[in-house]
Design a protein around this ligand. Structure first.
Ligand code: AMP
Length: 562
C-alpha cells in the first residue's frame, strides 16, 4: 500500500503546483472569469445583462449584479423542476445539492456539476498533501469517515481519486451510505472497534458529527461490546444490506470485547476516549472553525492529547480555501484561497452600500487588505454569478499572491429586535461567558440555540440550553443574568437600558433535545455529516419551535440589567 501511495499520489508535486498557482493568482483569476463567461455566454441569465461577449473584470462588474440565493431561486427552481434549457449554465445542470440553510427550516437548492467535484477533489488532495507531507503519516492505511459531502462522496471520479490516495474507510460502503443514520453510526463504530489498530485518522466533515458519534458511543458501548463478544449483530440493525455487509466482518472476538470493556469502564468521564479506542490515531480531522467552535471543548476532551486538525473551507456552492497550516490549533486556522476554482470578489464590510455602489465596491482576490473583513462574493462554473455566500472573513495573511482567510461568522444577523445587531459569533461568545458559571458544578452546555420572541411588547431574546446534567436554580439565574450582560452590541445595551428589549430568557431543555433537532434535519433529507445546529430558530421554523417548546425543563428571566 505504501508503494501505491508513492506512485499514485505525490504530495510534493501537489504542493509544488499549488505554490506556482498562488504566485500567479491575479492572472489565473482573470483567466477563470473569462472561461466561466465564455462557457455560459448563451445562458438566459447572462444574456439579460448585456455582456455581449465581453469577459473582462470591469465589464463584468459594471453589468452583472451582486445577488443572493433568493434572487436566483426562481431560476434554480425551474432547473429543479426539470427545465433543461440553458438557464444558468451552458450545459444542463443534472444534480442539485442541498445546502444546510437550517435557520428557516428549509434546505436550499444549489446547482452542482462535475467542475465542483473537480475543485472539491483538488482541495481534498491539497489538504491531504499538507496534512501528510511529513513521512510519519505515510506508513499504512487508516480511517477517514465521511470526508466529503454526499454529492462529492458518491461521485465515481471522486471515489477513484480517494482510492488512488489509498485512504481506506473502515466501514463497508453499505454502512457509509446506509438509509438509516442511527444504524449506520452503530455499525460504523463497530467497524472502528474491529479495525481499531488500523485506524489512523478519525474524521468527519464537521466536528459536530465526531462529537455526536462519541456521545452516542457513551450510550451504546455496552451493546457494541456484547455484539463483538458474541459475533452477532444487534437486532437494532434492520437494514438487510447493512446486516449482510456486517456479517462478513463480525466474528466472535471475546478478547477484543474484554479490551474495550476494560478501557471504557476505567476511563474517567470519557476523557481521552478516542486514543483509548484507536491507539494508532495520529489526529482528529473535521471543520472546527465557525459554528463548530462550540464543540471544540468536548472534542478536546474525547481527543485527550491527540492533535485536532481543522478541515478546509467548502460550501455547497463551491470550495473556497485550504488549511495550509494544519498544525495550528483550530482557533488560529486560516484558509488559503485556491485561485483556480472560482472567480472571487470581496465586499468590504465597513461600507453599508447598496445597488451600483455596492456592485462596484468589491475588490479582487489579490486586492484585499491585511486585517480587513469582507463578505465573500463568487462566480463559479455551476451557474452562480456574483453570488453572496453569506460568510464574513478576515484577511490574516498571504500565501504567495493569494489571501489566507480566517472565517469570522455568517453575515446574517441572528438576533435583532430593533436597533440591536447580534451575530452568531456574538451569541457564541455570550454563551461561552455565561457557561463559565457552570464550571464549578462540573457541568457544561451540550448545545444551544436562540430565538427572538416578539409575541409580546417589548420583544426579548430567548436562549435555549441543553446541559450535561442538572444545575441549581441559583446557578442558572446567574447564567441568565450573565448572558444578558454579555451581548455587548451598543444597540442591545441601550435598548435593554430603556426596556425597548425585555429581560433575556434562558430556557433549559431536556437531554437529547438537540439530537431530536438533528433527527428532524435528517428527516428532511439532509446529511448528518453536513449538519450544523441552527443557532437561531426563525419565526417560520414551526417544527423546530415545537421540538424546543415540547422539551422545556424550566425558564429563567434576567434580573437587574444596568
Ligand atoms: P453548506 O452550504 O451546508 O455546505 O454550508 C456551507 C457553510 O458552512 C459555509 O458557507 C460556511 O458558513 C460554513 N463552513 C464551511 N466550511 C467551514 C470552515 N472550514 N470554517 C467555518 N465555517 C465553514
Amino acid at each position: 500500500m505504501m508503494e501505491y501511495i508513492e506512485k499514485k499520489f505525490d504530495a510534493e508535486q501537489v504542493i509544488g503546483d499549488f505554490e506556482l498557482m498562488t504566485k500567479d493568482a491575479g492572472r489565473i483569476q482573470e483567466e477563470i472569469l473569462r472561461k466561466i463567461l465564455k462557457e455560459n455566454e448563451g445562458t438566459e441569465y447572462l444574456k439579460q445583462w448585456g455582456l455581449n461577449g465581453r469577459t473582462d473584470v470591469e465589464t463584468f462588474k459594471a453589468c452583472v449584479p451582486i445577488v443572493s440565493h433568493n434572487d436566483l431561486d426562481p431560476y434554480i427552481q425551474r432547473i429543479v423542476d426539470g427545465d433543461l434549457s440553458p438557464i444558468l449554465t451552458g450545459k444542463p445542470i443534472q444534480v442539485i445539492s442541498l445546502s444546510s440553510g437550517t435557520t428557516q427550516g428549509k434546505p436550499k437548492f444549489v446547482p452542482f456539476n462535475d467542475v465542483l467535484v473537480n475543485s472539491a477533489m483538488q482541495i481534498f488532495k491539497l489538504s491531504f498533501a499538507f496534512r501528510n507531507s511529513s513521512k510519519q503519516f505515510k506508513t499504512k492505511g487508516g480511517l477517514a469517515a465521511g470526508t466529503a459531502s454526499t454529492n462529492v462522496f458518491r461521485n465515481a471520479q471522486f471515489q477513484k481519486t480517494v482510492k488512488t490516495m489509498a485512504i481506506p474507510v473502515c466501514s463497508p460502503d453499505e454502512v457509509t451510505v446506509g438509509p438509516d443514520f442511527q444504524q449506520s453510526l452503530y455499525c460504523h463504530l463497530m467497524c472502528g472497534l474491529i479495525f481499531r489498530d488500523e485506524v489512523l485518522v478519525v474524521s468527519s466533515m464537521f466536528a459536530h458529527s465526531i462529537v455526536h458519534a462519541f456521545q452516542s458511543f457513551e450510550q451504546i458501548w455496552e451493546a457494541l461490546v456484547v455484539d463483538i463478544r458474541e459475533g452477532d449483530l444487534s437486532s437494532r440493525v434492520t437494514v438487510p444490506s447493512i446486516r449482510l455487509a456486517m456479517s462478513k466482518l463480525l466474528k466472535p472476538d471475546p478478547e477484543l470485547a474484554e479490551t474495550i470493556y476494560i478501557k471504557c469502564s476505567s476511563l474517567s468521564n470519557w476523557y481521552g476516549l478516542i486514543p483509548e479506542l484507536f491507539p494508532n490515531t495520529k489526529y482528529i480531522h473535521g471543520v472546527m472553525t465557525g459554528s463548530m467552535e462550540p464543540y471544540l471543548k468536548k472534542l478536546r476532551h474525547y481527543a485527550g492529547e491527540l492533535p485536532l486538525l481543522s478541515a478546509d473551507y467548502c460550501s455547497s456552492e463551491g470550495c473556497i480555501g485550504v488549511n495550509v497550516n494544519p498544525k495550528l490549533p483550530p482557533e488560529m486556522v486560516t484558509y488559503a484561497v485556491l485561485p483556480n476554482i472560482a472567480y472571487f470578489e470581496f465586499l468590504p464590510l465597513k461600507e453599508n452600500l447598496i445597488g451600483m455602489e455596492q456592485a462596484n465596491s468589491t475588490v479582487g482576490l489579490t486586492e484585499v487588505k491585511l486585517g480587513e473583513e469582507y463578505e465573500i462574493v463568487f462566480t463559479n462554473f455551476a451557474g452562480l454569478y456574483r453570488f453572496r455566500l453569506g460568510d464574513v472573513v478576515k484577511i490574516k495573511g498571504f500565501h504567495n499572491g493569494t489571501p489566507e482567510l480566517q472565517f469570522v461568522c455568517r453575515k446574517d444577523l441572528l438576533l435583532s429586535i430593533n436597533i440591536d445587531k447580534n451575530t452568531e459569533k456574538d451569541l457564541q461568545l455570550a454563551v461561552e461567558a455565561a457557561g463559565k458559571h457552570l464550571v464549578d458544578e462540573i457541568l457544561e452546555v451540550v448545545d444551544f440555540t436562540s430565538h427572538v420572541n416578539i409575541s409580546a411588547d417589548p420583544g426579548h431574546y430567548v436562549i435555549f440550553w441543553e446541559l450535561s446534567g442538572e444545575a441549581t436554580d441559583k446557578i442558572l439565574q446567574e447564567c441568565c443574568n450573565c448572558l444578558d450582560k454579555s451581548f455587548l452590541d451598543a444597540g442591545y445595551v441601550s435598548s435593554r437600558k430603556v426596556n425597548a428589549i425585555g429581560a433575556l430568557e434562558l430556557t433549559i431543555v431536556k437531554r437529547g433535545t438537540f439530537h431530536k433537532i438533528l433527527d428532524h434535519f435528517v428527516g428532511l433529507g439532509g446529511a448528518v455529516s453536513q449538519f450544523k445546529t441552527p443557532r437561531c430558530v426563525g419565526p417560520k421554523n414551526s417544527s423546530l419551535i415545537k421540538i424546543l417548546s415540547n422539551n422545556v425543563v424550566k425558564s429563567y428571566y434576567s434580573t437587574a440589567f444596568c
